[in-house]
Design a protein around this ligand. Structure first.
Ligand code: AMP
Ligand code: MG
Length: 490
């Protein structure tokens, strides 16, 4: 039997200027490393058939499945604040779209499947390490309940890619509700192609914001919709300690999903200024800068949409500013509500924000582990505070705060058990810690050993469960295991 992909492609029906038609480049000896079976089923694909050599050949870009309409999407983008009028999919090829079991349209894209007209000087390939990193972290984000692109499969190509050294090549199959970025709008804005901007906006509304089709000012509403989703997304990143690392406008999705996992990382010790990415020398994309950068990116989107706002430019600018003005309110509301839940509050009272800020300040001063502090605080709601105290270099800093926290929660009727359950449902035990991700990659790249990868993926699929047999995965790195920098690896 042949693998059947129930493609229903819409992006490739847009005008030719939106993409380049290009097939993946066949590779030598594809070998499937990982298939995300539940996701395959969700997409209406047969997991057993995808695991056959024929399935692996498709997932490696060696054969193109029936009904695919392979394209590389055109886009532009601000990279670290500098505008590049043409980027595009330089090493990714969109095979097509399917409608999943929930009725949602999903892109199926191969990343690392060979050069495209947008490759510039790149080879169009991906190395195994970054492919595994994206698989692990994107699926961990999904399990944490954060909007994200997903990973359907990873294959090794049987070929080497040349980076600083020769590394095994790999292809990731990425699934997204779309791959349309702020930079996609910028591509057409840079060419002053207002008709294309309108076509793209209409496509995005139909696909991601169908409820806006009938409103009076759909393009204003579209901007407001993207602002809201991005504000919520970044708030949710902060609530789990996630640092994207390359929040360029071409890595910013208009659907509000986390996209383009490069040098991303979760922090261990809480530090608002934390940066891991080796290419982020100025700390532009530091943990606490992410809301500001999201708004900066959205302002670039607003500029692209201005021609659709009407012919009076001053009025259009004022309207756009008004819409962008909602960002900080939506961000703060999501972030503060999330933090309140993290410390186990069921109600809202004056002084809560200050109480939470004081905890964060004490955590920063005491290098407290972000994930474990909140997780163990949940236990302190019903038992003693030994484990949460131990997160602080000077546990007395926690004791002082804990007195105020206990007085605050005593004002609420919920039982200790109820509070702990509510806290455990939002404070994960397991995140993809850098040192674990690195160890998994080393085992795969150096020893062709995928058992550590499998186990890590399995643990991260249930981040809110205690999983006593895997507690070591919750541990922060020892001093000699600490990862100080992460790399794009492109
Ligand atoms: P990124 O930093 O991964 O978001 O990539 C920025 C741009 O560089 C995008 O247009 C990518 O498609 C392109 N790119 C990254 N790596 C490669 C590669 N190995 N070959 C060709 N293009 C690449
Ligand atoms: Mg990118």
């Amino acid at each position: 039997m042949t693998v059947h992909f129930p493609f229903q492609n819409s992006y490739s029906a847009l005008p030719d200027s939106f993409f380049a038609r290009v097939a993946p480049t066949p590779v030598a000896a594809p070998r499937l490393i990982k298939l995300n079976r539940p996701l395959a089923a969700q997409l209406g694909l047969d997991p057993d058939l995808l695991e056959t050599p024929e399935g692996a050949a498709i997932l490696a870009g060696k054969t193109v499945p029936e009904g695919a309409d392979p394209i590389a999407m055109a886009y532009a983008g601000h990279q670290f604040g500098h505008f590049v009028p043409q980027l595009g999919d330089g090493r990714a090829i969109l095979l097509g779209e399917v409608i999943d079991r929930d009725g949602i349209r999903r892109d199926i894209q191969l990343k690392g499947s060979g050069p495209t007209p947008f490759s510039r000087r790149g080879d169009g390939r991906a190395a195994l390490g970054p492919v595994l990193r994206e698989y692990i972290v994107s699926e961990a984000m999904y399990a944490l309940g954060i909007p994200t692109t997903r990973s359907l499969a990873a294959v090794v190509t049987g070929e080497h890619v040349i980076r600083e050294s020769a590394l095994p090549g790999a292809v990731l199959t990425r699934v997204a509700s779309s791959h349309i970025r702020v930079g996609t709008f910028q591509f057409f804005a840079a060419r002053r192609d207002t008709e294309a901007i309108r076509r793209l906006a209409d496509h995005v509304i139909a696909r991601h914001y169908p409820e806006l089709r009938e409103v009076e000012r759909p393009y204003h509403a579209l901007l407001a919709g993207v602002v809201a989703r991005q504000a919520e997304l970044v708030a949710r990143w902060l609530l789990v300690g996630f640092i994207h690392g390359v929040m360029n406008t071409d890595n910013s999705s208009v659907s509000g999903e986390t996209i383009d996992y490069g040098p991303c990382a979760f922090m261990d010790a809480y530090n608002p200024a934390q940066v891991f990415s080796s290419i982020d020398e100025m700390g532009r994309y530091a943990y606490a800068n992410q809301p500001r950068i999201a708004l900066w990116n959205l302002t670039r989107l607003a500029e692209c949409l201005l021609p659709l706002f009407g012919s009076e430019q001053e009025k259009a600018v004022a309207e756009a500013q008004d819409i962008l003005g909602a960002f900080s309110e939506i961000f703060s509301a999501t972030y503060q509500a999330g933090l309140r839940k993290k410390i186990g509050l069921f109600s809202v009272r004056d002084g809560d924000e200050a109480l939470i800020q004081d905890l964060l300040d004490a955590m920063a001063k005491n290098q407290a582990d972000f994930t474990l502090t909140f997780r163990k605080l949940g236990e302190a709601a019903s038992a003693d505070a030994t484990d949460v105290r131990a997160q602080f270099v000077e546990p007395a800093a926690f004791d002082e705060w804990a007195g105020r926290w206990r007085a605050r929660i005593a004002l609420e009727p919920q039982s200790a058990a109820e509070r702990q359950a509510a806290m455990h449902a939002v404070n994960p035990m397991f995140i993809p810690r850098n040192h674990r991700v690195e160890a998994v990659i080393q085992a795969a790249v150096n020893n062709d050993d995928y058992a550590p990868f499998e186990e890590l993926v399995q643990v991260l699929a249930k981040p809110f469960e205690d999983q006593p047999e895997y507690t070591a995965y919750a541990d922060p790195p020892l001093p000699d295991q600490r990862v100080l920098q992460t790399f794009c690896g492109t």
